[in-house]
Design a protein around this ligand. Structure first.
Ligand SMILES: C[S@@+](CC[C@H](N)C(=O)[O-])C[C@H]1O[C@@H](n2cnc3c(N)ncnc32)[C@H](O)[C@@H]1O
Ligand SMILES: [Zn+2]
Length: 287
């Protein structure tokens, strides 16, 4: 089933309808589907740069890294921690991955729930056209969108779950598009995430500051859990691939990066925090 009818025009917020390979709004703005099936709903005037979001190189590195399943335990913990009263049953549950990257998690989550009675209706959105192009090749059962969390091209009250994994949350927008009592999952690095690599890259490690320690606007915390395990990167090429998908490649010192180049392999800690929230307030304004 097409999920394009859940989208709205980024210029005037009127609903979009599918006509052959284009989406058209009530006022006649037209958006063509790309060859691989995604839709670009990021108007030029909403772009802060010419090529926003992750670059082609970062996307390729992330895809190669994730395809090796080093982060599969995170997928597993997402599925295990999914609040029971929101499991797919008879009804279809609509899930938006806001900042979906190259689509690994949304694709894996779809597989994990595929044998449930109901199914997930999945939408993945990212500001990087490179990420969305890769995602649209990875999984054809998802509606992939180039767009921004700052102004989601969707009507209010449209999805049941928003996922924001290692991303850039915009809580007012997440609350707006979520249905009443809809759920939000935030996944973020914990204190020890990739600590062995960070110790080589930086002269000193700053104290860990927990994010959203005072809660997040429009949401209440439902549950909190952690994925903590170790994994090994067996070659220098694998280590460079991981570096290329993280902000460390830009932030680390020259000496740090040179020291990492000498490694033949490394065993790393993955330390990731998962927090499920439930929407508490109704937000109806379209940004
Ligand atoms: C660290 S990556 C995480 C990607 C994916 N969730 C994952 O875990 O593999 C952050 C992603 O956020 C995207 N991004 C940055 N700003 C964004 C925005 N305003 N709206 C949507 N996505 C954004 C980037 O293009 C990038 O793909
Ligand atoms: Zn329009």
């Amino acid at each position: 089933m097409s999920t394009f009818e859940h989208l709205s025009c980024p210029l005037d917020a009127t609903p979009l309808s599918l006509n052959k390979r284009s989406l058209i709004c009530a006022r006649g703005h037209t958006y063509d589907l790309a060859k691989t099936g995604y839709i670009n709903l990021l108007p030029v005037q909403n772009k802060r740069s010419k090529d926003p979001g992750d670059s082609k190189e970062m996307v390729a590195a992330r895809q190669a890294f994730l395809n090796q399943q080093h982060y599969f335990p995170i997928v597993d913990q997402i599925v295990k921690s999914w609040p029971q009263d929101n499991m797919p049953s008879q009804a279809r549950i609509r899930v938006l991955d806001a900042g979906c990257g190259e689509g690994y998690y949304l694709s894996q989550i779809g597989k994990a729930f595929s044998n449930q009675k109901g199914a997930l209706e999945r939408l993945g959105l990212d500001i990087s056209k490179w990420a969305v192009t890769a995602a649209s090749k990875r999984d054809k059962d998802v509606t992939w969108i180039v767009g921004s969390n700052a102004s989601l091209p969707m009507p209010s009250d449209r999805v049941d779950v928003v996922l924001c994994l290692f991303g850039f949350p915009v809580f007012s927008e997440f609350a707006r598009v979520l249905s009443k009592s809809g759920l939000l999952l935030l996944v973020e690095s914990g204190a020890d995430h990739l600590i062995e690599l960070r110790k080589i890259l930086y002269p000193s490690i700053h104290d860990y500051k927990p994010t959203h320690a005072d809660g997040v606007p429009h949401f209440e915390l439902v549950s909190e859990s952690t994925a903590n395990y170790s994994f090994t990167l067996p070659s220098q090429a694998d280590i460079q691939q991981l570096l290329a998908m993280t902000p460390h490649i830009h932030k680390a010192s020259y000496e740090g990066r040179e020291a990492v180049k000498l490694l033949q392999s490394i065993t790393l800690t993955a330390d990731v925090k998962l927090r499920w929230y439930r929407k508490t307030t109704q937000e109806t304004n379209h940004v």
